[in-house]
Design a protein around this ligand. Structure first.
Ligand code: ADP
Length: 623
């Protein structure tokens, strides 16, 4: 019975080629044919050209003798597990590294997370209109955490009853199929560099959130990625910031709050208070979120003048001069500093990062001067977008009370990437899978990530890195490492951006690694925890606010991961040692941590209320 359901012979493949759909049986086959390349056993397509052993193995399977042997072996499987696997995952098409289409690019079910919004959120009584002006929005225009934060916070505020719009550049690279009800609303003119630029406004709905897309008729925002187009990025965002205000004015819209993010929209508070407030926009108040203090929006005075302000008016210490350039000729401006000065409230993305930014960095002085309007609010994650119980990208769903599906996800990823897998229902796994999903930039602790590759392999674990490196030298270093490890069975390095694969990796991971040198908040550790991956993090910024060491007895109720302090390899190795030894030697405790981290509520449902308080503290009621 089990055998029948586990084998199939696809018509397109040669004779003697079987597809083995049952992971547990596959692991038995592996043990039966010790000398073969078992990884290839599990492929749908015969791999004769890759390894002759496979031919032998597959022929052997078809002999009566071997079938009998396997039947008796399979009979020893845990009946309940085998039955469940057969009924729940019998249809699962297991991936392999030689698939023509990699498993994360397969056609996945369409997924509208707006239908999965939390329903048990209490509506606020005092409602307002919030407009986010942003360079990123998940999932259509996401590069890092900024996109996640905008979508998560906007959805949480919508759920609480507020009116929310997101204003986004209409990047050429946006996949329009992900936008519902997309329609051209209007064409208007917005000022730039001495003339008026015809600009289209589209409206659409993304993840249940109304979005206003701004599309200038010039070359801005053209190209195959969100950032790094062939146009001048700074000038494109200066244009965008003014175009948003211009559209609010043209359309007669007066939101309560205009929420700007990062340096890209840093000129908007200046344009609002020194231009549009004198024209017709009276009601809005401006909230700025700083997601990462390292990007200052360096801007020459004449560039700022292109959006219609007099750049020279801002070249002083109180307003927007970049303090590091004082005394230079010419001095530069910082859009981030200008927006700190001009916004009604400033938020950064964790309480610890708030303290760190008040103590170090050249903007500390400006932040101290504006301390009374500066708040630290921990980011959340979108509980619908990141939910292993409903995630459409996962081959199997799971939750804190039933983690069986997580094992399937791990096996699925291992097979798809050609990592060794060892599945047997009676033996606890001894090979933890460590996952690191990150932009590959210095901030993220590149030397620690490369060290982890070496050390995880030495410890007998597995590691998968999913990351994109904007810097060519970093890219080629990681490409070399990827190449080096591509033939082995324990390390994979995937140098690309893939939202779908990131979901699958979080679900497959036993451990999520975030070894950042500094980290304003960090979402990877929170997402990882929701998917049952135990975090290993460096104690900095938001990582220090969300992960508490398993061996720190001072706050036992918070313990949820492994924390190291130093920026040296030894510190990270110590944390890896401790995590591996928990995993291997204390499996019951490990299961307990997995359950615990999945139950932690790091969602926006928990923290959006703090943003609402900030909005309420600055909004003007009688207009
Ligand atoms: P940052 O904003 O500095 O990039 P965060 O931890 O705040 O870091 O957010 C990173 C977000 O981007 C997470 O949702 C993470 O899963 C995602 N991410 C980073 N790199 C990739 C990648 N290569 N492919 C898919 N998602 C990625």
């Amino acid at each position: 019975m089990i055998l029948q359901s586990c084998f199939s012979q696809p018509t397109s493949t040669p004779r003697n080629c079987f597809s083995i759909n049952n992971p547990f049986l596959a692991s038995h086959l592996k043990r039966s044919f010790k000398n073969c390349c078992f990884c290839s056993f599990e492929k749908r397509i015969l791999i004769l050209k890759h390894d002759l052993h496979n031919e032998y193995c597959l022929k052997s399977i078809s002999s009566n003798f071997k079938i009998r042997a396997l039947e008796s072996d399979a009979g020893q499987l845990d009946e309940a597990t085998a039955e469940r696997t057969k009924s729940d995952y019998g249809d699962l098409v297991w991936p392999s590294p030689i698939d023509e289409i990699p498993f994360w690019n397969r056609e996945l079910p369409s997924w509208d997370i707006s239908s999965e919004g939390p329903v048990d959120i209490q509506k606020d009584s005092d409602l307002m209109h919030i407009v986010h002006v942003t360079a990123e929005m998940a999932p259509i225009a996401k590069v890092g955490g900024l996109g996640d934060v905008v979508t998560g916070l906007a959805r949480a505020c919508l759920t609480r009853g507020h009116k929310v719009d997101v204003f986004l550049p209409f990047y050429e690279c946006i996949n329009k199929q992900h936008i519902k009800e997309l329609a051209l609303t209007s064409t208007y003119n917005s000022f730039y560099d001495g003339s008026w630029v015809a600009t289209n406004v589209y409206r659409g709905v993304v993840s249940g959130i109304p979005v206003v897309f701004i599309e200038p008729s010039n070359q801005f925002f053209k190209g195959q990625s969100v950032y790094g187009g062939s146009y001048n990025e700074l000038e494109a965002y200066l244009f965008f910031s003014r175009a948003c205000l211009e559209w609010l004015q043209v359309s007669g819209t007066q939101p309560d709050i205009i929420h700007v993010h990062e340096w890209q929209t840093g000129s908007l508070p200046l344009l609002y208070w020194d231009m549009y407030h004198y024209l017709s926009l009276k009601k809005p108040r401006i909230v700025l979120t700083i997601h990462n203090m390292e990007h200052y929006g360096e801007c020459r005075q004449e560039q700022l003048s292109k959006c219609g302000l007099d750049g020279s008016m801002y070249a002083n210490e109180e307003k927007a001069v970049d303090d590091r350039t004082i005394g230079h000729n010419p001095e530069r401006l910082s859009l981030l500093k200008g927006s700190i000065v001009y916004s009604n409230a400033i938020v950064t993305v964790s309480p610890t990062y708030l303290k760190e930014t008040l103590c170090s960095g050249w903007l500390a002085g400006t932040l101290i001067r504006h301390r009374d309007k500066y708040f630290g609010i921990l980011n959340g994650i979108d509980a619908a977008m990141w939910n292993p119980a409903t995630d459409a990208y996962l081959p199997a769903k799971f939750d804190a009370n039933n983690v069986e599906g997580k094992k399937i996800c791990k096996l699925y990823v291992q097979r798809g990437l050609g990592l060794a897998s060892e599945v047997h229902s009676r033996n606890p796994d001894t090979v933890p899978l460590v996952v690191c999903i990150s932009r590959l930039v210095a901030q993220k602790g590149l030397h620690l990530i490369t060290n982890a590759i070496r050390y995880v392999e030495e410890l007998g674990g597995q590691m998968v890195i999913l990351g994109k490196a904007p810097d060519g030298r970093v890219e080629s270093e990681f490409r070399g490492l990827a190449e080096l490890h591509s033939k082995g069975s324990s390390i994979r390095i995937l140098l690309m951006y893939s939202e779908e694969l990131s979901h699958m990796l979080y679900a497959a991971a036993d451990i999520v690694l975030v070894p950042s040198i500094y980290e304003p908040c960090g979402l990877a550790q929170m997402i990882g925890m929701r998917y049952g991956a135990v975090p290993i993090v460096r104690k900095t910024g938001g990582l220090a606010d969300t992960v508490f060491d398993m061996d720190d007895q001072s706050q036992p109720e918070l313990m949820n991961g492994f924390v190291f302090k130093g920026i040296d390899e030894g510190s990270l190795n110590g944390a890896l040692d401790r995590a591996f030894s928990y995993y291997r030697q204390k499996p019951d405790e490990w299961r307990g941590i997995v359950k615990k981290v999945m139950q932690i509520d790091n969602s926006w449902n928990n923290t959006a209320g703090k943003y609402i308080e900030v909005y309420n503290s600055v909004r003007v009621r009688n207009h």
